[in-house]
Design a protein around this ligand. Structure first.
Ligand SMILES: NC(=O)c1ccc[n+]([C@@H]2O[C@H](COP(=O)([O-])OP(=O)(O)OC[C@H]3O[C@@H](n4cnc5c(N)ncnc54)[C@H](O)[C@@H]3O)[C@@H](O)[C@H]2O)c1
Length: 249
């Protein structure tokens, strides 16, 4: 079950944390994984870990917010490794400068573009680069790593990020319906709070999660392995909450 042998998977932003976990799990299920990161040295580290575990992986550095960079990289991957069967849009954050929680009424317009660029345009750029070849081959899987912040309002100062994630979730529903008859599925995972290198930062929040802990990169990898599989062919256009049981609606 959930055998990914023979599949080529591109995971964006997979040089660390969640994306690296997704890449490791897909490789362990047999996929050849193209590990992307804007910081290619991080992608190299993920590739080393996958190869040491006996998997197949290659690092490719590009910026998901730059369509020309994405398109030429996808062309290069296709020529060197083969067409992309599985795209996981994981790259995302608060923009080029990371997350800087700010109440919207105190924010400057210049700070809005980064989160929307990476969390929405990054998803659209990568999807556009792979969707036609997937449809022509009659098989494809597009998975976007979104967030609870794209589904509900939160009073933690992340409204542009929530706008980018919410936009990506809406976009994915349209992508799913437009391409459903071509054998391509498109789904989003809305993550809850993930663990951090220093667990004391999230310890009190973790106690409020019904399962009693924050998420691990592997938790997200397993959900991706399912959605990427043959067995998930009838699941499309969905936003699946992977959050330890936290209430989001
Ligand atoms: N960490 C959480 O609590 C949490 C919660 C909900 C959703 N998410 C989502 O999960 C995903 C991964 O989160 P994370 O915590 O592992 O992030 P992270 O910041 O630790 O890692 C993201 C990686 O993406 C790369 N990246 C950033 N911009 C890029 C770009 N333009 N092109 C290519 N690569 C780029 C970074 O170099 C980094 O290695 C993100 O989409 C994030 O929004 C995370």
């Amino acid at each position: 079950m959930f055998d990914l042998n023979g599949r080529v998977a591109l995971v964006t932003g997979a040089g660390q944390n969640v994306g690296a976990g997704i890449a490791r799990v897909l490789a362990a299920r047999g996929a050849t994984v193209v590990v992307n990161d804007i910081r290619v040295e991080r992608a190299d580290d993920t590739v080393v870990a996958i190869r040491q575990a006996g998997g197949n992986a290659t690092a490719v550095g590009f910026d998901v917010t730059d369509y020309d960079d994405v398109a030429s990289s996808v062309e290069g991957i296709t020529a060197a490794i083969g067409p992309i069967d599985i795209l996981v849009n994981n790259a995302g954050n608060g923009g080029a400068e990371g997350m800087r929680p700010t109440q919207f009424r105190d924010s400057e317009p210049a700070s809005w573009r980064g989160p929307v660029d990476v969390n929405l345009y990054g998803v659209m750029n990568c999807a556009r680069a792979v969707i036609n070849p997937m449809c022509e081959r009659g098989w494809g899987r597009v998975i976007t790593i979104a967030s609870g912040a794209g589904v509900v309002g939160l009073n933690i100062g992340v409204s542009p990020y929530g706008g980018g994630k919410g936009g990506a979730i809406g976009f994915m529903r349209h992508l799913a319906v437009e391409n459903a008859r071509a054998g391509v599925t498109a789904n989003s995972l809305a993550l809850g709070l993930m663990g951090m290198p220093d667990p004391t930062v999230t310890a009190s929040l973790a106690r409020q999660i019904p399962v009693g802990r924050t998420g691990t990169p592997e938790d997200i990898g397993y959900a991706c392995a399912y959605l990427a599989s043959e067995e998930a062919a009838w699941v499309t256009g969905q936003t699946i909450h992977v959050n330890g049981g936290s209430v989001t609606t």
